[in-house]
Design a protein around this ligand. Structure first.
Ligand SMILES: *[C@@H]1O[C@H](CO)[C@@H](O)[C@H](O)[C@H]1NC(C)=O
Ligand SMILES: *[C@@H]1O[C@H](CO)[C@@H](O)[C@H](O)[C@H]1NC(C)=O
Ligand SMILES: *[C@@H]1O[C@H](CO)[C@@H](O)[C@H](O)[C@H]1NC(C)=O
Ligand SMILES: *[C@@H]1O[C@H](CO)[C@@H](O)[C@H](O)[C@H]1NC(C)=O
Length: 375
């Protein structure tokens, strides 16, 4: 009896310490060359211009002269500062400390998508990962938060995926402030456009990671709805000059909280206070990013690690609000060489899976899958 009690106390203390994290914020500098799309329409002067752009973009028969992206790509090189965070369990003996989760957020958020300041016990992916003993690297995309800014007419998937690749190499080699040394394993995790970036990285450098988790994502192009959101986008600096004047007119944002909820939440599975928190903290994104969300090959990749695609069952953006039986294909074929593959249509969630009422249930799906597959 005494022994049992003692065991319980020790386990309790260890578990408590396990969930404590040590985090460090720092900037990394990367120089990347990528083959980029060129924006082919006139730049927006005002919200009438973007409204007309969206009308043409979603038209059954756009004007012959309408060319949002030109047919020829160009190679461009840039050097960027990327605002980053690394968190490790404060317990040096945490079981998965040397497995690093490398997380890329999507459009409309900054890096805090992964570590909500609001009710973190319910909405922080980072805290959940730490509680399972993992370390996490996450960062602001180019154009967001404390990362460098480029024109919204230039910022796009090919640049972002080259940046992510360089950052992943830095993490793998342990060359960052507060390093835990070379990780044993790397798991790349994305949300939405961050999943497009992650998928592009795994396609072009399959050995870069041991695991790949694409959240808020589908390769199945038969029913995307992202253009429905397009009509609700306005020039960010016009909506809040004090906050967003440093961004050119190529940066856009959902016009109001209703547009935000339409894109990222599904009643009754969200808390209004959380929607308000995300609305207050929303980060504008580049029209160039928006236009290149789906600019990834739908071809089998040579990725041999553990792969998962997980989207909220009620994801308005990637599944027209019903992901059942949609996200499996062609994802299963794309990951035919993966050591394990699973598709999950996650109940009780819209597109913003980390802010659904049962977000921790989604984290549980992800981490139990990684654990069951040796990561
Ligand atoms: C847990 O952390 C507390 C406070 O930092 C420390 O006093 C205690 O010794 C730790 N316990 C274990 C089991 O590591
Ligand atoms: C861009 O770079 C790629 C790879 O380095 C090269 O194959 C291609 O010809 C270049 N394209 C242009 C337009 O310079
Ligand atoms: C997309 O999903 C549908 C089922 O909803 C399926 O019939 C179709 O083959 C899938 N598309 C691809 C390219 O696999
Ligand atoms: C939350 O998700 C987990 C894992 O999918 C599930 O077991 C649990 O029943 C869910 N809770 C609610 C209240 O839906």
């Amino acid at each position: 009896m005494k022994f049992l009690l003692l065991t319980t106390i020790v386990t309790g203390a260890a578990a408590w310490n396990l969930s404590a994290k040590l985090c460090q914020d720092f900037d990394l500098t990367v120089t990347v060359t990528s083959s980029n799309f060129v924006f082919g329409a006139p730049k927006f002067n005002n919200n009438f211009d973007i409204t007309d752009f969206v009308t043409d973009l979603t038209s059954r028969e756009p004007p012959k002269t309408f060319s949002p992206l030109l047919p020829d790509k160009i190679n461009q090189t840039g050097t960027y500062k990327i605002g980053s965070t690394f968190c490790a369990p404060s317990n040096p003996h945490a079981p998965n400390r040397y497995t690093v989760i490398f997380a890329t957020h999507g459009l409309n958020f900054d890096r805090t998508y992964w570590d909500s300041g609001f009710q973190p016990e319910k909405y922080s992916f980072v805290d959940y990962a730490i509680s399972q003993g993992y370390s996490v690297f996450y960062y602001d995309r180019l154009g967001v938060g404390s990362s460098s800014i480029v024109s919204g007419y230039i910022n796009q998937l090919p640049i972002q995926s080259e940046i992510a690749k360089q950052l992943a190499r830095i993490v793998k080699s342990g060359r960052y402030p507060g390093s835990i040394g070379k990780p044993k394993s790397l798991v790349i995790v994305g949300h939405s456009f961050g999943s497009s970036i992650s998928a592009a990285v795994a396609a072009s450098e399959p050995d870069i990671a041991d695991g790949l988790i694409l959240t808020g994502f589908s390769y199945n192009g038969s029913n995307p709805n992202n253009f429905a959101l397009a009509a609700q986008l306005k020039i960010a600096s016009s909506l809040n000059p004090a906050k967003w004047n440093r961004l050119d007119t190529g940066y856009v944002t959902p016009v109001d909280i209703y547009a935000n909820v339409n894109g990222f939440f599904k009643a009754p599975d969200y808390d209004l206070a959380v929607a308000e928190y995300t609305e207050y903290n929303k980060a504008p994104f580049a029209i160039g990013e928006f236009l290149t969300v789906t600019a990834i090959d739908i071809l089998p990749v040579a990725f041999k690690g553990v792969a998962m695609v997980i989207a909220g069952q009620r994801d308005f953006i990637v599944c027209q609000s019903q992901c059942d039986d949609v996200i499996e294909h062609p994802a299963a074929e794309i990951f035919s060489q993966a050591s394990a593959f699973k598709a999950v249509s996650y109940p009780g969630s819209g597109h913003g899976i980390n802010f659904a009422l049962n977000a921790t249930g989604a984290y549980e799906e992800i981490f139990s899958y990684l654990g069951a597959n040796g990561l």
